[in-house]
Design a protein around this ligand. Structure first.
Ligand code: GCB
Length: 615
């Protein structure tokens, strides 16, 4: 569930609660404005208003006016810029729409890392973790006629490695991070106007038993009554030109109910790369004859499964996709990207003939919508990133992992582009009892929310790891392959010619799982000889050799090169390049500034020559 109610208010009367939690409201430096209607992505409920301009950012005793999304350390390459800190964002606004006659919800798409939110000095609640959305209902007793002040204290410092993905100073006293810890309101903030009943979760799940079969579409929607009286609400849904009802429910004041329905689509037009057919969908809530909210989205009908030979089938056709991993990072924007630069990254993937993408964390909804429209497949991962087994054995770590998994599936379940839910990246390559329990639990959690996709995990590929029983419940595996780039323990991956036999070993270990080569990459930032690590020539040859091997594995479900574009990581990163350019990670085939390296063309040529979706 995304929504949080201020805890005290559930038990106390509004007046008493307001008196108890009232704190001095921070003074907003800019004048109140009325937010404009609109959203940065299409799918979702109506009644959204963007809180984007004229936020005041207070940090280290100084104030400036910023536009949200905002990463306070989008520029600056030093350790000081890297080290996560605290800031307060304040926004003054007049209620738009019907104002105090309605109920209001505030929605944050991504805050890194810990958010404490107040409205007019009253605490709304807290949230931990970036990349997934969260919401608070704005109690009527907190709202004012005239200017309202929303304040978000953002604390990007990690208390321990139990806060993840970890970024900061590690136990060895060195900077530690898998990518630059951009701090702030990294994605946009919305106000949502609600006429008594609000739709929160909407899940539309087409199931296609065979490529020529009829599809069954199931609908689940959570309806919340934000008003102080019981409400009788009726939910209906449309899918393309068809219509169904999810039923009528009586919601007590503050109550929630999940309504479900289904319909059959005969002769569906399928979604797949090259032909990404999307159907328009609506879910509508009515009270009496009045429509109080409509949730609109687009989704596609497709199936993804693994056959008895371990070949992954998309709509019954063998899949062997090619693509890129990426990070949300752009010069000047940092991790608070605009839709324009997101589109540029997706354009590059398509220019190279790619049909797939991956990231270490849930991406902005616009990326998924574009992937849906463009016919790009997504390996969708939560940032359960390189967590040690001793950390994974701690209950708060597993609870946070559960939160990420749940919130990711709930937020992104309607995107046909997503074919794999990945529960983690690079936990211990030897799967002991702690990780075995984690995998089983995570798979069950995801399955309860969505059983229409593969469920996977990415791990570092070492021959010495052998076959791991603990991966049993997973239907997909991602193997990260750095043969001939890193050396590994006792040099076990130093030789790139060992890659082919290692991959065959992986396939023999897991003959019935979808196997993706989720990572492979070599750093490059200069001209020089092909046998010198870090040169463009080395990278081009290494890419040719590695992809040449991947191309010989017909059972592979796909691969994503690590990465599309360079990203900022940490001041002392070298990535095994003898001459690194701090703080950049440079395995990408496009520089941070957007210049293609020679290996981009090598990849593009090979990607385009490869059959990614068979017949
Ligand atoms: C990995 C990680 C990725 C790193 C990459 C590297 O296995 O999953 O986050 O950036 O290796 O370059 O070392």
């Amino acid at each position: 569930m995304l929504r949080r109610f201020p805890a005290l208010l559930l038990a106390l009367s509004p007046l008493l609660a307001a008196a108890l939690v009232a704190m001095a409201a921070p003074a907003a430096a800019t004048a109140a404005q009325t937010p404009t209607r609109g959203a940065l992505y299409q799918d979702g409920p109506d009644g959204r208003y963007l809180l984007d301009s004229d936020w005041t950012l207070e940090q280290d005793g100084s104030r400036r006016t910023v536009t949200v999304p905002n990463a306070w350390n989008a520029t600056g390459d030093t350790l000081k810029d890297f080290l996560p800190k605290i800031a307060t964002y304040t926004k003054s606004f007049d209620l738009p729409g019907a104002g105090l006659k309605r109920d209001w919800v505030v929605r944050f798409e991504s805050v890194n890392y810990r958010a404490t939110v107040t409205l007019n000095g009253h605490r709304l609640g807290t949230h931990q973790g970036a990349f997934t959305p969260f919401e608070f209902v704005l109690p009527r007793s907190f709202l004012r006629r005239g200017a309202n002040t929303l304040a978000v204290r953002v604390d990007a410092r990690h208390r321990t490695t139990m806060d993840f993905p970890f970024a900061g100073i590690g136990s060895d006293n060195e900077p530690s991070a898998g990518w630059w810890p951009y701090g702030g309101l990294l994605r946009e903030v919305y106000l949502r106007e609600v006429d008594r009943v609000d739709l929160d979760r909407v899940a539309v799940q087409p199931r296609l038993p065979c490529a020529t079969c009829a599809a069954t579409v199931s609908f689940h929607a959570d309806a919340h009554n934000l008003s102080a009286d019981a409400q009788r609400a009726t939910l209906t849904a449309t899918f393309g030109s068809q219509r169904t009802t999810l039923g009528t429910t009586v919601l007590s004041a503050g109550g929630t109910s999940t309504l479900s329905g289904r319909l059959v689509v005969r002769n569906p037009r399928l979604w797949e790369p090259g032909s990404p057919t999307l159907y328009p969908v609506t879910v509508t809530a009515k009270i009496g004859k009045r429509t109080v909210q409509t949730w609109s989205l687009k989704t596609g009908i497709r199936s993804i499964r693994v056959n008895s030979n371990g070949v992954t089938l998309l709509n019954g056709k063998p899949l062997n996709a090619r693509g890129f991993s990426l990070h949300e990072d752009w010069p000047g924007e940092g991790g608070a990207q605009s839709n324009q630069t997101r589109d540029e990254q997706l354009d590059w993937i398509q220019q190279a003939g790619g049909t797939m993408l991956r990231s270490h964390y849930p991406l902005h909804p616009h990326v998924y919508e574009e992937a849906d429209r463009r016919g790009l497949l997504v390996w969708d991962e939560v940032p359960v990133y390189q967590i040690s087994t001793s950390e994974l054995s701690k209950a708060p770590v597993r609870e946070l992992a559960d939160q990420y998994l749940r919130d990711n599936v709930v937020a992104n379940v309607n995107h046909p582009s997503i074919i794999v839910w990945s529960v983690a990246n690079e936990l211990n390559a030897k799967v002991g009892s702690t990780q075995t329990r984690f995998i089983k639990h995570s798979v069950n959690l995801v399955k309860r929310l969505d059983d229409t996709r593969l469920i996977g995990q990415a791990y570092a590929g070492y021959p010495s790891s052998g076959c791991q029983k603990g991966y049993g419940p997973l239907t997909a595996l991602g193997v990260n392959l750095y043969f001939g780039w890193y050396t590994g323990r006792l040099g076990e991956i130093a030789d790139r010619t060992q890659l082919s036999s290692y991959l065959d070993q992986v396939h023999r270990c897991y003959p019935h799982k979808a196997i993706f080569a989720t990572e492979w990459g070599a750093e490059a930032n200069r001209d020089g000889p092909a046998d010198e690590k870090g040169t463009y020539a080395f990278q081009s040859q290494w890419v040719r050799d590695t992809l040449g091997v991947l191309d010989t594995k017909p059972w592979l479900a796909g691969t994503t090169y690590w990465t599309l574009q360079e990203f900022r990581i940490r001041p002392d990163w070298d990535g095994s390049n003898p001459y690194p350019t701090s703080p950049l990670h440079q395995k990408a085939v496009i520089t941070y500034d957007g210049v293609k390296k020679p290996a981009f063309d090598v990849l593009a040529q090979m990607y385009k020559a490869h059959a990614q979706l068979g017949r």
